[in-house]
Design a protein around this ligand. Structure first.
Ligand code: NAP
Length: 242
């Protein structure tokens, strides 16, 4: 039997990350999901993934803590022996006007949404280089492309992820590793549930918020289906320009 691909999805317990995990499991991957603290959601997602035939497990670690990340990647390698797909998805918001933004809210978002990409991708890319294959998908945002008022911290982190994607794609291409980003618009998850949805929908040409599955299908396409796309940022936003 052909060896199954192994995928790691950070922040894979809920929302967009969960949908990505499900899509990758449906495509035949063994999917490891990471989460920060919501154990109930993580366990429920793992059960769903197992029903899809995936040898899955949930791993609780803070993606902004380098030591914990490195220990987790080592544990994955001990058990699964390889990592074929990495989805850097875990993220948070701490919105507010910049003038009133605390240093803590700035640092929390930069550490969780951007520095985490270094902490996770650095050890994983070394594994992929040894394998001479791999696909990395970074979860950016339209906020990182256009900038969003009230989200200076978040827009900065997401713009950083886009630069990271383009630079890393060039560095890793010769090792048969592709690196791309998806830039979601407004997607229906816990992160957006308190936003004024009617006002937002009004501005979206496709007249609806996105579903996590809309993002997941693009992530799966970039990770598994295409072989010749790298260094790209795909907007999945219903046509919205902010
Ligand atoms: P969500 O529903 O709030 O889920 C966030 C996920 O990230 C959860 O699994 C959470 O774990 C995990 N997480 C948070 N902080 C973490 C940390 N320090 N270490 C490890 N895991 C952590 O968010 P979402 O809406 O699905 O967003 C997923 C990604 O898409 C984020 O990067 C976000 O910026 C991006 N995005 C979202 C939208 C949108 O409209 N929703 C738009 C553009 C981009 P727990 O369950 O344990 O808390």
């Amino acid at each position: 039997m052909e060896n199954k691909k192994v995928a790691l999805v950070t922040g894979g317990s809920r929302g967009i990350g969960k949908a990505c995990a499900v899509e990758l499991a449906k495509a035949g991957c063994d999917v490891i999901i990471n989460y920060a603290g919501n154990e109930e959601a993580a366990n429920k997602t793992v059960e769903e993934l197992k029903v899809l035939g995936s040898n899955s497990k949930a791993m609780k670690f803070d993606v902004s803590n380098q030591e914990l990340v490195e220990a987790a990647i080592k544990e994955i390698m001990d058990e699964y022996k390889r990592i074929d797909v990495l989805v850097n998805n875990a993220g948070i918001t701490r919105d507010g006007l910049f003038m009133r933004m605390s240093a803590q809210n700035w640092l929390d978002v930069i550490n969780t949404n951007l520095n985490s990409a270094y902490f996770v991708t650095n050890p994983v890319s070394k594994i992929m280089i040894k394998q001479r294959s791999g696909a990395i998908v970074n979860m950016a945002s339209i906020s990182g492309i256009y900038g969003n008022a009230g989200q200076a911290n978040y827009s900065t982190a997401k713009a950083g992820l886009i630069g990271f994607t383009k630079a890393l794609a060039k560095e890793l291409a010769s090792r048969n590793i592709r690196v791309n980003a998806v830039a979601p618009g407004f997607i229906q998850t816990d992160m957006t549930k308190d936003l004024p949805q009617e006002q937002i929908v009004d501005k979206i040409p496709l007249k609806r918020l996105g579903e996590p599955e809309d993002i997941a299908k693009t992530v799966k396409f970039l990770a598994l289906d295409t072989t010749y796309i790298t260094g790209q940022v795909i907007g999945v936003d219903g046509g919205l320009v902010i």
